[in-house]
Structures are given as structure tokens and as C-alpha cells.
Design a protein around this ligand. Sequence first.
Ligand SMILES: [Zn+2]
Length: 95
Amino acid sequence: MARKRKSRGRSKGSKGRQETVPCSRCKRMVPRDKAKKVTRWVSYVDPYTRRLLEQAGAIIPKRKVVEYYCISCAIHYGLVKIRSRDERRLKEKMA
Ligand SMILES: [Zn+2]
């Protein structure tokens, strides 16, 4: 069967239905293996104050933020790029 991507745009292989996660931006429900996962460390303090405090030797706590993006939002925010036919055949890169 002709298909656009080797992985069909997902990382589930022959597994069945996956649980869905809401997109962090538009709240669309996306299968977990299709959604693009982004993990960031976010500080409680604003960047300018944080730099000053760190220069003074303070240790600022950070928290981990895990976000899932649907494909539309991932492309809009540049997490994934639209790739040519030849490039798509290469292994899908997780965002
Ligand atoms: Zn979205």
C-alpha cells in the first residue's frame, strides 16, 4: 500500500489503539505516539532576576514541563518541518 511515511506519522508499530493526550495549545485530543512531546525546564523566577541571583551564587529551583503538541501546532511552532518526499522516507525524528 502506498503511504506517505514509513511510520504512518506515528511510533506505535503494530500496537493497537493508544491513549490520547490533549494538545497543549489547541486541546485537540491526539494519540500519545503521534503527538510531539516537548520537555522543558521552567524557572519560577523571571530570566533577568534569575541571572542576577545566579551570579550571586543562588541556586534557583526549576520545574519540568512536559507538553504534547498535535501535528498542526507542531508545524506552526516549527517543532517539526514539512519535509520533501525523499526526506520523509528517513526515520521519523521525534520532536
Ligand atoms: Zn494543537
